[in-house]
Ligand binder design. Structure first.
Ligand code: PLP
Length: 374
């Protein structure tokens, strides 16, 4: 059988074995509704409390500042809409042009009903310039939302600087940290953010679960109405097993963060060295300060979609842009925003490695690319 080389970890990751094991009791025996007062529900209630504490510890927050959601998309939509709808004066939201569609489409939704949105550009490395935010922000700005790390090209933003500018102007600051949490050190106080989105399936947790960090006292409308779960801010019976799996996976990833970063850096260098020594004409997108293992490559006069399918035939999974865009053959909004020349942009693939990838995986990916490109 053909060996699978999974190199699309920015799209989703393999569920951690310990996380899976931690989830099992809550799928089978401990199925009590955590909101019920009888003793049978105590295990579920305790598991949610412990998980909230674990997750809070991993990002330097307090447990009551962690609100469980169904994932990154919900957390992002909640922030953009919940912040706008709190504000009867319909004040401005500022975001960047390279955000994930979970932010961009939510911004389009509020724009359609009269809330103004301003979009920041980036430099060619995909970095938002704090000076541009300083120029555009005003006393009429309610919220600034800029992602911590970009999913397509891996660029990491200077969130602390952007948050400080926002606060000086009296605005709130949110960061979509879906690609960053569990991959680089994330501390909400060091970043100075009021809100932060995260998603478990990006850090070896289960799919369909995530969280929103909401700093104590930050004004935000509740997004899903119903029961009193999550301090009355997000209704719906808690997904106990997934919450437990998310906490276990995050704790494990955060404990191994530095080793994983060093390991992925080594794999990345190996891949790029092989391509360079094969005299391949390509550019590597993103900033110097980028997510470990996120390698966006643009090959001159190639078709990214065709490359993806040729690699797929060899059992290698990569992506052309963001996974949500894989049906779309147009140049992605991120590559357009960084101004990448079309002769390169059309031939873009994203290889995203994880701690589960090996040196031999990387050698095989590089060999396959050399064969295809030549
Ligand atoms: N934000 C970013 C930066 C992402 O990369 C993704 C997923 O690719 C999302 C948000 C959406 O997260 P989820 O898949 O948990 O809805």
């Amino acid at each position: 059988m053909k060996r699978l080389i999974y190199a699309d970890n920015a799209a989703t990751t393999q569920l951690d074995k310990n996380a899976f094991e931690a989830m099992q009791p809550f799928l089978l025996n401990e199925y009590g509704n955590a909101s019920q007062p009888y003793s049978f529900s105590r295990a579920a209630k305790n598991a949610i409390r412990n998980s909230r504490e674990t997750i809070a510890r991993c990002i330097g927050a307090s447990p009551e500042e962690i609100l469980f959601t169904s994932g990154g998309t919900e957390s992002d939509n909640w922030v953009i809409k919940g912040s706008a709808f709190y504000d009867e004066k319909k004040q401005e939201t500022i975001t960047s042009s390279i955000e994930h569609h979970a932010i961009l489409r939510a911004c389009e939704d509020i724009e359609r009903i009269g809330y103004p949105v301003t979009y920041l550009s980036t430099d060619p490395s995909g970095t938002v310039q704090p000076e541009e935010l300083s120029e555009k922000i005003s006393s009429k700005t309610r919220l600034v939302s800029v992602m911590l790390a970009n999913n397509e090209i891996g660029s990491i933003q200077d969130i602390a600087a952007l948050a400080e500018i926002s606060h000086l102007a009296g605005a709130l600051f949110h960061t979509d940290a879906v690609q960053a949490v569990g991959h680089i050190k994330v501390d909400v106080d060091a970043l100075g953010v009021d809100m932060l989105s995260a998603s478990a399936h990006k850090f070896n947790g289960p799919k369909g679960i995530g969280f929103l960090y909401l700093r104590k006292g930050t004004p935000l409308r509740s997004y899903i109405s119903g029961g009193a779960q999550e301090s009355g801010m997000r209704a719906g019976t808690e997904n106990v097993a997934s919450i437990v799996g998310m906490a276990e996976a995050l704790q494990k990833n955060v404990a191994g963060l530095e080793d994983t970063e060093i390991y992925l850096d080594k794999l990345e260098k190996k891949l790029l060295n092989v391509l360079h020594s094969g005299n391949i004409d390509f550019v590597r997108n993103g900033s110097k300060n980028h997510l470990p293992g996120n390698i966006s490559l643009s090959f001159r006069n190639m078709d990214g979609e065709a490359l993806l399918h040729r690699l797929d035939l060899l059992g290698i999974c990569v992506s052309t842009g963001s996974a949500c865009d894989s049906q779309n053959t147009q140049i992605s909004h991120v590559l357009q925003a960084i101004g990448l020349d079309e002769v390169y942009a059309k031939g873009t693939i994203r290889i995203s490695l994880s701690k589960y990838n090996t040196e031999s995986d990387v050698q095989e990916i590089a060999n396959a690319l050399l064969r295809i490109l030549r």
